[in-house]
Each structure stands twice: as structure tokens, then as C-alpha cells.
Design a protein around this ligand. Structure first.
Ligand code: ADP
Length: 399
């Protein structure tokens, strides 16, 4: 039996998954997270497919991504002795304008993906560092990259461009869109479970620490709230979301901030954290119930409602709305606020179903079906890797 490892390397975190390939199909064995990489406060946690905790280790010293990967491999070897790794699938945030599907990685291909690092400086270098470390550890395994941008590459031109002089579009200043792996999972799930809705006009709201919304027709993305960077659109845990570009000029000219300071402000200090002054975490804000936390949640839900109207206009109508991501899947409060007084667009929410996190939370009479889908980005990567498996030699976890 061969196995697939999935890796999603961020600036200070490494998400991982282990899958067993059964009859060509990956089945989840366990998934986990190393966070606070870069110091003595790092922590490793993992859960089995049934949601039970199988590891919870820390704090410990994990200096970098390579050390984090080694800890993960040691853990997986302990939890799943004898697992033989045939493929490693990597989440890579940026695939540029032309990559529309997963690709096989070689050292040269990884080097070539560096050209997109200027477009995603906070994510791409870490993704590629994770890929390089995994290639060293598993020299015989198939290594593939799945891109967050790929799902959106068929956007019509008007949804792909900014109104800047043409030369910037040609240089790659475009609306790429992100969270593509989550959208791919949700559209695949709908194709299987709700084919008529899948064939229609759907808005998917991926609401996690990062958040975006996507307009989909027949499983194809036609518009997204995220644009050139992972900053645009909805406010997020610590990111501002859509901002008048004049604010950035003001910060430079009047506040004397340089690019690094502005990046720190917009990526790490804004969003729910900035507005609440308390936390980036929705659960904490809901529990705190302070005036500032209530305002932060109000702004979050206001922007989701505004984008829902805009994306419905892009679609020329609406057949379904899907909530996903940690907030979308779990916060009945946020879903309720987003859906209230939306009868004009055809949404009528079933309050009991919503309170119970049911898969369908709209009433029988609602013209638009409102769904809750638990996304699984790791499984999307593992499925892509499983498709590419051939006759390579599966390898035990390196000690
Ligand atoms: P990431 O984008 O890092 O993958 P997640 O998709 O895990 O993030 O989402 C994390 C967010 O989901 C946090 O704001 C967290 O508070 C929120 N969340 C998780 N469970 C709940 C819950 N039961 N109620 C409200 N918010 C929740």
C-alpha cells in the first residue's frame, strides 16, 4: 500500500496530511499542524480522520521549515509505522497567469516558480522551501505542486484586470484570485451531491483566517474577491481586505511608513484583530462580546453581504451559496448575520438548521439553497498526487 504526504508550508507554520492510496483513491489517515516555527514556542498537533487528537506536543524549539518537516516525519513514522511514501503534494500559493492545473516538481521547476515570489512574498518562498526540503528527504517520490491561483485562471478579462496602463497587466499585475484548492473541493463535492446546483450559479464563501468569496458557474470560477495579492476583498483575521489605494499613499507620505511597515500593518495588524483590538480569532470575538468585537464582526459580515450582492450580479443571478472555512463551517452567528434580510436575492434561512450546522441551512421554500460544506484542501492535493502515481518506488519515512 503506498502513501501520500501533503504539505502546506507558511511563514511560521506547516500543515501536513498523510493519506493511504486505496484502489487509486487517497484516504485520509491523519492531518496536523506545526505552528510558531522559528523559535522555542513551536507546537505540533495532529488529528486522525475521525477528528480524535493523536498528537499534541510542545512548546519545543523548531528553528525553520526543514526542522519542522523532520519533526513531522518522525511523528508520522511513530504514528503510522511502515508507511511508504510514493508522493508528496505541495500547496503553492502562486502559479502565475498560465498554470491552470497541478504540475510535477523537479528542482528546476521549483527554481522557476521563484519568479512568482514577488507577487506573493509572504507565502511563495516558504512554499518552495518546503518543496525543496521534501525533495531532499524523498528523492524517489513523485513531488507535485497544487496552486491556489490555478482554479481562477479562466476568469473573463474584465475580472482579471485592473484599470492601470496595459503594460502592468502584461507584467503580471492581474487579479489572480486565491483559495483555489478549497473552491475545487467544494465544487467537486457539489458535483457529486447536488449536480443541478453545481451546474448553476454559485457563490462560495471561504471564511477562515484568510477569507475570500468566489463566483462559480458550472464549477468554473468567473470572479473572486481576492485579486493581485491575498490582501484584497473581505477583511480577514489580521488582513485588511479591500482598501482604497489612496490609503497606502497616505501611509507613505503622511505617516512616513515604508513598504515593510505597510505590509506588516496590512497583513498582520489589520482585519478582525485591528478592528477589535483584541483578537484575530472569531471564536474569541464572539465570546468576548465587547463593543469593539461586535463592530469587528459587523464589518466582517457587512463586507460578505456586499460582496455576495456584487458576485450575484457578476453571475446574473444566484442558485446557491456555500459557507466553508473555519468560520463558515462553524459560526452560526456569522452565517445568520450574512443571510438575514436577504429575501430580495432569494435567500431564506432555516434558523434551526443553521444553529445545528446542518449541510443545508435554507428553508424548503428558499429560492437560493444555502449550504455548509467542510472543505478539505489537503484531500484535493492528495487526489492530484494520486492521479500522477505510476511505478515509482515508495519510500519509508527517513529517520
Ligand atoms: P485557516 O485559514 O488558518 O485555515 P480556519 O479555516 O481554520 O483558518 O479558520 C479559523 C477561524 O475559524 C478562526 O477565526 C476561528 O475562530 C474560526 N472558528 C473555528 N471554529 C469556530 C466556532 N465554533 N465558532 C466560531 N468561529 C470558529
Amino acid at each position: 500500500m503506498s502513501h501520500i504526504i501533503t504539505l502546506n508550508a507558511g511563514s511560521s507554520s506547516l500543515k501536513f496530511g498523510l493519506f493511504e492510496v486505496q484502489g487509486g483513491t487517497p484516504v485520509t489517515l491523519g492531518t496536523g499542524l506545526v505552528d510558531r516555527i522559528g523559535g522555542a514556542q513551536a507546537h505540533i498537533s495532529a488529528t486522525a480522520a475521525d477528528g480524535s487528537t493523536i498528537a499534541d506536543d510542545g512548546p519545543q524549539h523548531i528553528p525553520d521549515q526543514t526542522a519542522a518537516l523532520d519533526r513531522v516525519l518522525t511523528l508520522l513514522d511513530r504514528l503510522y509505522p511502515g508507511a511508504k511514501v510514493a508522493a508528496v503534494g505541495h500547496r503553492v500559493v502562486h502559479g502565475g497567469a498560465d498554470i491552470v492545473a497541478p504540475i510535477t516538481l523537479t528542482p528546476d521547476v521549483v527554481d522557476s516558480l521563484e519568479k512568482f515570489s514577488p507577487f506573493a512574498p509572504l507565502h511563495q518562498p516558504h512554499n518552495l522551501a518546503g518543496a525543496r526540503a521534501a525533495m531532499e528527504r524523498f528523492p524517489n517520490a513523485v513531488q507535485i505542486a497544487c496552486f491556489d491561483t490555478a482554479f481562477h485562471r479562466n476568469h473573463p478579462w474584465v475580472n482579471d484586470t485592473f484599470a492601470l496602463p496595459r503594460e502592468f497587466y502584461d507584467k503580471g499585475v492581474r487579479r489572480y484570485g486565491f483559495h483555489g484548492l478549497s473552491y475545487e473541493y467544494v465544487t467537486g463535492y457539489m458535483a457529486e451531491t447536488a449536480p443541478l446546483l453545481h451546474a448553476g450559479r454559485v457563490v462560495i464563501a471561504h471564511l477562515g483566517n484568510g477569507a475570500s468569496m468566489c463566483a462559480v458557474v458550472a464549477g468554473r470560477s468567473v470572479g473572486s474577491t481576492m485579486g493581485f495579492s491575498a490582501l484584497d476583498g473581505l477583511p480577514m483575521g489580521t488582513r485588511s481586505g479591500q482598501l482604497d489605494p489612496g490609503v497606502v499613499l497616505y501611509l507613505m507620505e503622511q505617516e512616513g511608513m515604508d513598504a515593510a511597515e505597510i505590509a506588516d500593518l496590512l497583513y498582520r495588524k489589520s482585519g478582525l484583530l485591528g478592528l477589535s483590538g483584541l483578537s484575530h480569532d472569531m471564536r474569541t470575538l464572539e465570546a468576548a462580546d465587547t463593543p469593539q468585537s461586535r463592530q469587528a464582526i459587523s464589518y466582517f459580515t457587512f463586507r460578505i453581504r456586499r460582496e455576495l450582492g456584487a458576485l450575484a450580479a457578476v453571475l446574473g443571478g444566484l442558485d446557491a451559496v456555500v459557507f466553508t472555512g473555519g468560520i463558515g463551517e462553524n459560526s452560526r452567528h456569522v452565517r445568520e448575520r450574512v443571510c438575514q434580510n436577504m429575501g430580495w436575492i432569494g435567500i431564506e434561512i432555516d434558523h434551526d438548521a443553521n444553529a445545528d450546522n446542518k449541510p443545508v441551512i435554507s428553508t424548503m421554500l428558499s429560492r437560493v439553497q444555502v449550504m455548509v460544506v467542510n472543505t478539505d484542501e489537503e484531500l484535493v492535493i492528495a487526489r492530484a498526487a494520486a492521479k500522477l502515481l505510476g511505478h515509482e518506488t515508495a519510500q519509508a519515512m527517513p529517520a
